[in-house]
Design a protein around this ligand. Structure first.
Ligand code: FES
Length: 137
C-alpha cells in the first residue's frame, strides 16, 4: 500500500512534538506512542511485546556496537527505545528488537509535514482519542 493509498491523520502540530516530547493517542482502542528524537518523529504501538508495558515510558538511548576485543564502540545514539520494565531494546527505525529481528514493536509511518505531524494508516480509524501522558524521565 503506497502512502497515497493510506489514510492521512494529523495527530498534532509540530510544536506539540518538539525534541524530547512524547504524545499518546488511541486509535480504535490501540494506543500509539509518538516521540521526537534527534529531530525525527517516531510512532509505535505503545505495548512491549514481552509483557505489555507501555513503551512510551521507555528511555531513548544508544547502545554498544559489536567490536573487537577490548574495543568499546558506542553508536545508534537516540535510535533505540528501551522498555522500562525489563530493558528490552528496540530500534526506533525498524521496530526490531536489538537481540533478535524476530521480535519487534509495530512502527507506524509518521511524517512531519509543514507544521503538522501526520500518521499514515492502512485504514481510517473509527475512534481517535488524544490521551493525557506524563513521563518524568
Ligand atoms: S515488559 Fe518489556 S521487556 Fe519485559
Amino acid at each position: 500500500m503506497s502512502a497515497q493509498e493510506k489514510h492521512r491523520l494529523v495527530v498534532c502540530s509540530a510544536e506539540e512534538l518538539r525534541e524530547g516530547d512524547r504524545r499518546l493517542i488511541e486509535l480504535d482502542g490501540v494506543e500509539i506512542g509518538l516521540l521526537r528524537a534527534e529531530g525525527t518523529c517516531y510512532a509505535f504501538r505503545n505495548s512491549c511485546p514481552h509483557q505489555g508495558v507501555p513503551m512510551l515510558y521507555g528511555s531513548v538511548v544508544g547502545t554498544m556496537l559489536p567490536s573487537q576485543p577490548q574495543e568499546y564502540v558506542y553508536g545508534l545514539h537516540n535510535e533505540i527505545i528501551r522498555c522500562p520494565l525489563h530493558g528490552w531494546e528496540f530500534s526506533l527505525k525498524t521496530g526490531k528488537a536489538m537481540f533478535s529481528p524476530a521480535v519487534s514493536i509495530k512502527m507506524y509511518e509518521v511524517k512531519e509535514e509543514g507544521d503538522e505531524v501526520v500518521l499514515y494508516l492502512d485504514r481510517q480509524p473509527q475512534s481517535i482519542t488524544r490521551k493525557q501522558f506524563a513521563c518524568v524521565l
